[in-house]
Design a protein around this ligand. Sequence first.
Ligand SMILES: [Zn+2]
Ligand SMILES: [Zn+2]
Length: 720
Amino acid sequence: MYVNVLIETRVKSNDMTFTYHVPDNLDKNLIGKRVLVMFNKRKVEAFVLEYTNPDIKYEIKDIISVIDDNQILNDELISLGKYMSEKYLCPLISCYQAMLPKALKANHKRTSGIKKLVYVKLNDNNVHNDIKIKSQIQIMNLLKDKKEVLKSSISSKSSLKKLIEKNVVIEFKREVYQKIGVENDIKEISLTNDQKLISQKITDNLLKDKVMLLYGVTGSGKTEVYIDVVKKVIKNNNSAIILVPEISLTPQITARFKGVFKDDIAIIHSSLSDSQRYDEYRRILKGEVKVVIGARSAIFAPLKNIGIIIIDEEHSESYKQENNPRYNTLDIAIRRSKTHNCPVILGSATPTIESFARAKKGYYELLMLQKRVNNKPLPKVMIVDMKNEMRKGNSIFSSLLKEEINSCLNKKEQVMLLLNRRGYANYLVCKKCGYTFKCPNCDITLTYHKTSGMLRCHYCGYGTKKLDICPVCKEKSVTNMGIGTEKLEEKIKEEFALAKVVRMDRDTTSKKGAHAKIINDFNDKKYDILIGTQMISKGLNFPNVTLVGVINADQSLNIPNFRSSEMTFSLLDQVIGRSGRADKEGKAIIQTFNPDHYSIICASKHDYLSFFNYEMNLRKKLNYPPYCFITLIKISSKDFNYGINEAKKIGTYLRDNLNNTVVLGPSISNVLKINNNYNFQVILKYKKDEKLYIILSRIIKIYEGNSKIKIDLDFNPINL
Ligand SMILES: [Zn+2]
Ligand SMILES: [Zn+2]
């Protein structure tokens, strides 16, 4: 018997499969398992993809051994990997690696993972009426009663040993799972009439492979609808995948799902340890769970009989993977829904322009929850023009925001403040000579982090001690400019001395469990003010928050990206929605230098539809998605001249060969240099171009194995 295996190797082609012989003494069920093979005189791990019957049989090597007892990639995932590799023109092996937890990836050093414990039970095939010793009888009675127990839990070791020797009791090993601590929150949910209606509409479509967009304003209770639908799916003996965008969201929503579905649920997210992830993956593989909840990669959960796939907060950028395979979670969801004949539910208060356009065109079914639960009003929003405030000398807090924070604190209610930039200062500059501190590896200014006294590069992670003396003019004139969350925290403590403040950003949440702790502590009112980056904008639910302040709404507007208005509207709408979610009325204040910008005005009125119409008009004029597709070709090289020259050749080649595509560039990427690599890009805009894949594949082939340059394709990129 012969099989084709996929090997991760740096030989010329990334995707070569190789044929090996299966010796008679090995397991014959090999598809989807890892095996050890000799390749280029090295022992390497490989995935078995298929059986084969080669013409020439004499030179074929034997498989050395089989690594997995059970299939780790089922047939569906094997075919899904091929689909991804073709769709995104990326190496097949990268697709399989993306699906598996670290502990199961090929060539992963298995230091963590499987933990086996020894159990004992009675040997049913051995009649054992001859036992007379009291301590041995006690053990046997215990085993009769409990069927099986941990060997280590039996105290009289010598008696147990005797019983094992007599073959009356047998030992066996079993893998144990690590339990993940999630608080059980057993709250009965009763749906509002609106929620019931939506739940029913989804239920009516449970056996169809269609996409439904659930557009529900913040606080309309989409989670309750999800739970209700998933209950019905499980009743039909099917399983469910629920995706959430970020880890900051998971503690509260997972707790709710865990409370309802108990042991039927597996939780996959990035803050699990490798072995915990592995354990969850095995529970799913073995069919021990019905519901999987997790971030992006949970879309690959090896569930059988999937009855529904829910993508919550579908507008989140986190659903797009930013390195190979650069997949869009929705593509994978739709592909799996076709395999399983089940619907995909996209949920959001601010759907992407593309999704909403598809729903309006009828490609997706549109479901709407337009009221908050029990008709609670949406927060009252005020826009503050910071140009006027600057004249008054208020650079961080406007008078209105100060006033409202104080009044909120007096009422013992809580405040959330959004500033979408971490660190202390945006950059350091010498007042004398104008020198700015830049990263030596990247073309980017370093961010000052005061707590650690460091200057850090947010692109490559480079760090260096902060200097007070300018390295160029040697004057003691280094000053910091701009504001990050760290400085905001300091300023709040100065301004509101009695308030207890907590900060949530990537710096304060790097430790495991830190996120959940901040969320729980704030929920328990141990703090009055929560400040944070966009991490605080989505999915969080704090009943006592009645004021949300946006320190600088312009930050995301200034990003050079055709989606910047959409991102701004979405961020503002989501964060405003954190205010007044329980019985107290909520308020929000947006500070901006662009008070007339349509995304800010629409967000202040909670008016998604007007924003959508305005944005669609602009996209049409400028020819951006959804009026076309965009593909980005990223070209990077350590050698600037070589990189730009090859980028020009690629641009010319594309222009010469594609007739129905607009080719833009090459141009310099947003950041020219990252990690000592110079970055260039060519942008393709098209509606339909049959030659596109052929031409792009040719380009990939030409540069394959060229170590001086890296070519990456990004279909529907988030960042341009
Ligand atoms: Zn200087
Ligand atoms: Zn850097």
